[in-house]
Design a binder for this molecule. Sequence first.
Ligand code: NA7
Length: 553
Amino acid sequence: MTAGTNVDALVVGAGLGGIYSTYLLSKMGLTVKCIEMAADVGGTWYWNRYPGAMSDTESYLYRYSWDKEDLQTYPWTHHYVYQPDILKYLQHVVARHDLRKYMQFNCEMKAATWEEDSQRWRITCSTGEIILARYLINSLGLLSKAKYPDIKGLETFKGKLIHTSNWDDSVSLEGKRIGVIGNGSTGVQVLTALAPVAGKLVSFQRSPQYSVPSGQGPVTAEYRADINARYDEIYKHVFNSNVGFGVPESTRKTMEATPAERREAFQKVWDQGNGFRFMFSAFGDLTTDIDANKEACEFIKSKIDEIIKDHRKAAALKPTELYARRPLCDSGYYQIFNRDNVDIVALRDNPISEIIPAGIKLSDGTVHELDVLISATGFEAIEGSYMRICVKGRNGETMQDHWKNGLKAYGAIACSGFPNMFIVAGPQGAFANFPIVIESEVRFIMECINYAESNRSIIGNRSNGSSTDGHADGLDKPGPTIMEVTPEAEQGWSDHCDSLVVGSVFTTSKSWIFSQNIEGRKVNTNFFFGGLNAYLDWVKKETSNGFPGFRRE
Ligand code: NA7
């Protein structure tokens, strides 16, 4: 066997989750290495460099909560941060905490195998290096593997084809004839940003989506000072909330309000901006009551009619489904369709028949000639990152085998048969603001590692003949030194996630949230819809009860 570099913990991925994991593991005193396939840190924000790429979490929350001084001093100027600023922020955190020394770039994990004899993971990298690690923390990215549209002739296109998640800065867009396929959060952002730049811009839209204003704009010094003064209170609220977006979470029932009160409440959140505010602050039942949801749909459709002058375009942009996907917000999306150089093609009436060298041919024979075709068609979400590599746990079981009947992970962080392996932003994590979710999952993982390390030191002390005071969990016998979740606990979590979506309107729309954006994929509950607060309460119980979901041998 080839010898390899030995570390206590290997972190794979240097995005939000990988950076935080590396920081905490190094603080714990373990030897740690972080490998990243890209040329630098950033994860999602390294790859998604398309024009208009922006976080739709307000700037004051789109950062780590654990460095208060940095929270109060790091500059941001607008209500939302764009991709270049997020990337700069992450580079800044890595420099501030001197984490680059643990990191190796242009290095992809190709395979990882659990070795029973050494009780270690053997990781093979794209560089040919072998790394041996007691703990493997995969922070590979939830939305990492690009999904291209499965359309006949795509490869024949003679212009420039770009996927938004693998942007090519060298492509000139000024004055060009640009087609965009996809109008999810990415499509909405890229279309809005390109409207003033393109010569002609056409959105080839399969399913219209609801979008509300983001409320983007500069912040005043007073606004920033107020946020700075309230950070403790803000994070207390956020970690105790359902979606963690810092917005009020209403419990008011939509249908108990009069039509005028409903319109007034929707108008208020529309004016304030933010998709999650619109979905959760005006009323508390848009995701659970179809009649309530329909009221929100009608309100947004009335706004589309108000904003868009051309009736044909307005009709094409109006969704027919419920407001039941990840809520979108924008910086003037519907408004761009008032421009003469921007058009919409409703593929539900006239689908694409094929892509030809000159552009896009529709079923009715119309040809749209294009210089640039942008694919904003999303990702092979969650599993995509795992399916392209070979991770083998006990008895040679691969992640492909493990997830063949659906994606699952106990508490979003561990899979049975994969000892001492953890996942950040894997399946069945809280459906909430991502930096907060990632922090929560990373802390849970660190609790697991800390527990195993404490048990190791108790056993180590015993074999040295030293006396020990109690045990890691206060029980009679020391707990496990290898953290491996039981199949029952893993299945129990997955069943719990399934039970939480019964009756949710979210199940009515096809999207990556339920693995329905990929043809032929099994419908799966990819999130824990019980709320961030419920997730954190559950984690607290697990840790204080001595990790009952993990094997004790
Ligand atoms: P999404 O939300 O998965 O959106 C993908 C879009 O691409 C959506 O509008 C799809 O239409 C469209 N699509 C996909 N395939 C096709 C084909 N073949 N023809 C036409 N249109 C197609 O990805 P995003 O990148 O926007 O957002 C992903 C997440 O990133 C988002 O939730 C945020 O958390 C950040 P469909 O709706 O399937 O009809």
